[in-house]
Design a protein around this ligand. Structure first.
Ligand code: SF4
Length: 416
């Protein structure tokens, strides 16, 4: 009864009358009217040989499986087929995704840095400085995300350490710059944490960091365990050491179920500096996308984040998700002195390429890390970012979003 009222309260939020047509799949999965993609992918048969030395063969099978998945997803969205019509195969698209991500880890190309190092060996580090281990800094009901994500019970947010960008102003530098923050987690422990958040009423599992991309292998394995309902509650004894909720959120195993299976939308909250291969892995697993679009050109991304290839990579990934017809909300953080070079080009691109996407034009930038004069890491070369944006800069950003005809006001101003 309580579980049903939590989901009802979520689906009755005023915001859905305004933006429900932009996030229809996410809303249906969060409300348990439809099964999450991982449940569908777990029903898509894929035949592969673990001893197969050729990655190409596996990627071809993944491509074939994704096409079958897309047909099934369409049928389920249209109500023409039901999850229970699809038998559980011996090996599925989810299993193949696990195998491919573990292979990717051995010559890592999770993101555009394409470091090609063997992270499982742990002898060399790429830009993210990580080996195979994934660490979680904290996980909790996030009540500060957009209303569509925080809902009435919070967004089930899991913060991973380290990052593949090096933003001088990072607003989460305590975890992005400290790869040893938090505790190491296994996929089993991660699946248990996600399960716990859903049973406590969270509306989604919000994979974030740092950035989740660099932990792709651990996250995909955790999703595979959820897909097979292989969650061991004893794992909570360990991982709950980094659960950061005040008090004890009410818990019910009745919550978050679709035909008795654990059901929760997967939310990819990322800088979107992913490789094309990572995009392929995520497509049949992620229900709703929350990409940043930070910089309007590579000169700013190189100066502010020591990251080349930013524009081509991030714009390509935004375009892919939009063209796939996925549910998405784009975030752009307005930075001081970067309205003309970053905000306006980003908003222009969105208007031209993903015009129906929801956009959150964010005003909460504050000087942090190397841009904060009070921080030991402060670097005077970033003086232009060592203040909050002026009101006139924020207004200029909003005015430009209006001029571009963007769908930004509902998600940007919902807290006002
Ligand atoms: S995740 Fe990205 S930065 Fe880290 S090793 Fe892999 S390719 Fe390099």
């Amino acid at each position: 009864m309580e579980a049903a009222s939590n989901e009802d309260a979520f689906s009755r939020l005023w915001i859905w009358e305004r933006v429900g047509n932009c996030l229809p799949w996410y809303l249906d999965v969060a409300s348990n009217k439809k099964p999450a993609k991982y449940l569908i992918s777990g029903r898509i048969p894929c035949e592969f040989d673990l001893s197969e030395p050729s990655d190409d063969e596996l990627w071809m099978e993944h491509q074939r499986g994704t096409e079958v998945f897309l047909d099934a997803w369409e049928g389920i969205r249209e109500g023409e087929i039901h999850l229970e019509d699809l038998p559980r195969p011996q090996t599925s698209l989810v299993d193949l995704s696990v195998e491919l991500t573990l292979r990717m880890l051995r010559r890592c190309d999770f993101c555009r840095w394409n470091c090609r190092i063997d992270r499982s060996a742990g002898t060399k580090h790429g830009t993210c400085q990580l080996e195979a281990e994934s660490r979680v800094s904290s996980y909790f009901h996030h009540r500060g995300e957009e209303l569509v994500f925080r809902g009435v019970s919070g967004s089930g947010t899991i913060f991973f350490t380290s990052c593949n960008l090096r933003c001088s102003y990072c607003q989460n530098s305590n975890i992005s710059e400290d790869k040893l923050n938090g505790i190491p987690v296994t996929p089993q422990q991660l699946a248990a944490a996600a399960w716990q958040l859903r049973m406590e009423g969270c509306h989604n599992i919000n994979w974030v960091g740092g950035d989740p991309t660099i932990h792709l292998h651990t996250i995909v394995q955790a999703i595979a365990l959820l897909a097979k309902n292989q969650v061991n509650l004893e794992d909570l004894d360990y991982v709950s050491a980094v659960k950061a909720d005040f008090g004890r959120p009410s818990f019910s195993e009745e919550r978050g179920r679709y035909n008795g299976e654990v059901n929760v939308p997967m939310l990819w909250n990322s800088n979107f500096f992913m490789s094309a291969e990572t995009m392929r892995i995520l497509r049949p697993l992620i229900d709703v996308w929350l990409p940043d679009f930070k910089f309007g050109n590579d000169r700013c991304s190189v100066f502010l984040a020591r990251t080349p290839w930013y524009w081509e990579t991030v714009s390509r990934n935004h375009q892919l998700v939009y063209d796939w017809g996925e549910d998405m909300v784009i975030r752009h953080l307005v930075m001081p002195n970067h309205v003309d070079c970053c905000t306006k080009p980003v908003l222009n691109w969105i208007a031209a390429h993903t015009p129906e996407a929801l956009v959150n034009v964010m005003d909460q930038y504050h000087p942090d890390y190397a841009c904060n004069p009070a921080d030991p890491n402060y670097d005077p070369q970033f003086e232009e970012l060592a203040r909050r944006p002026h009101d006139r800069e924020i207004q200029e950003a909003y005015d430009h979003a209006v001029d571009m005809g963007l769908r930004f006001d509902d998600v940007t101003f919902e807290k006002a």
